[in-house]
Design a binder for this molecule. Structure first.
Ligand code: ATR
Length: 289
């Protein structure tokens, strides 16, 4: 690291447009305090037309940041602008975590890691016999890509991607390999029958968005249902799955776990996703309602 930065406390950013709704400053601020680290984590609003210049300043050490998070709408643009995007980020086509090393801006995507770590922590053996089972993914937008790749890499035999616009699901199936199959929404009931895993990656059930009722009672008794939506925390999909007697995992843990690798890179300590941290974000979500 350049000597001009040695006397400054390390700083990281989250950048998006808009950025004021991001919970990342609360998460990283909690960890900085917990570990007594003299560092900063700032929300920086950057308009799309200014994003390339922002990355340039980062690269040249002019912004006093050692790295940071990128969120909407910069996640795809980041791939093209950084010097080294790793294989995960390139395959997903979007980056969410950047860091500076030897004058180069590096990028990865930790969403898939966060998705898996959340399930591993909250639902033991959720991926048991994965190669002999199928997973159902609802939604084929940007958020679904990391989830589909994570399930593929965890070894699920078949990953059914169900989407209102089936052509978008087909694009992902073509891109991510033969174990991924695209379906229309009306195939959902049949796909869930006997299935072991369901995840909602669509915006259905997000605050203010209605979701069509889904019958989860036909899934395997040990099936796990999760949602990457965390506002509200108890989404319609999770409520229906609970009513069907299935194990459920909410999406807040994914948000918390995806933040771990970035914090470790920027500040040198691997932080914990504790019940206390979770409560900080739950309180914030409730304060907004
Ligand atoms: P993101 O990048 O957050 O995933 P997105 O790319 O806009 O956002 O994708 C939103 C997802 O929610 C898509 O799968 C979308 O379906 P389409 O591809 O058909 O647009 C899905 N979605 C949003 N509103 C929906 C609705 N009313 N019914 C069904 N699916 C919906």
């Amino acid at each position: 690291m350049g000597s001009s930065m040695d006397r400054r406390s390390p700083g990281a950013f989250v950048t998006g447009f808009p950025i004021r709704h991001s919970r990342s400053p609360l998460i990283h601020g909690h960890w900085l305090k917990e570990h007594g680290i003299d560092g900063r984590y700032d929300a920086v609003e950057v308009a799309p037309q200014d994003f390339a210049a922002f990355i340039d300043r980062l690269r040249h050490g002019e912004s006093a940041f050692v790295g940071g998070n990128v969120t909407l709408p910069h996640k795809e643009a980041a791939i093209a602008l950084v010097d080294e995007a790793d294989e995960t980020a390139r395959e997903i086509g979007a980056a969410n975590t950047l860091w500076l090393n030897d004058g180069k801006v590096h990028a990865t995507n930790t969403d898939g890691y966060g998705f898996l770590a959340n399930l591993d922590a909250a639902a033991a053996a959720w991926d048991k016999d994965a190669s002999a089972r199928s997973a159902v993914v609802l939604g084929a937008g940007g958020a679904s890509r990391a989830v589909i790749l994570a399930l593929r890499d965890r070894g699920f035999g078949t990953i059914h991607v169900v989407n209102r616009t089936p052509e978008r699901a087909q694009v992902l199936a073509d891109r991510f390999g033969s174990r991924i199959e695209a379906h229309r929404l009306d195939a959902l009931a049949e796909l869930l029958d006997g299935g072991g895993f369901f995840v909602n990656t669509s915006s259905l059930g997000m605050d203010g968005n209605d979701a069509p009722p889904i019958d989860f009672t036909t899934m395997a008794g040990d099936a796990v249902v999760t949602d990457i939506v965390y506002a509200p925390l108890h989404t319609p999909f999770l409520r229906w799955a609970t009513a069907a007697g299935l194990r459920t995992v909410d999406g807040l843990g994914m948000l918390l776990h995806q933040a771990v690798p970035g914090f470790e890179r920027w500040f040198g300590v691997r932080p914990n996703v504790s019940a206390q941290l979770r409560q900080v974000i739950v309180d914030d979500l409730e304060g907004e309602r």
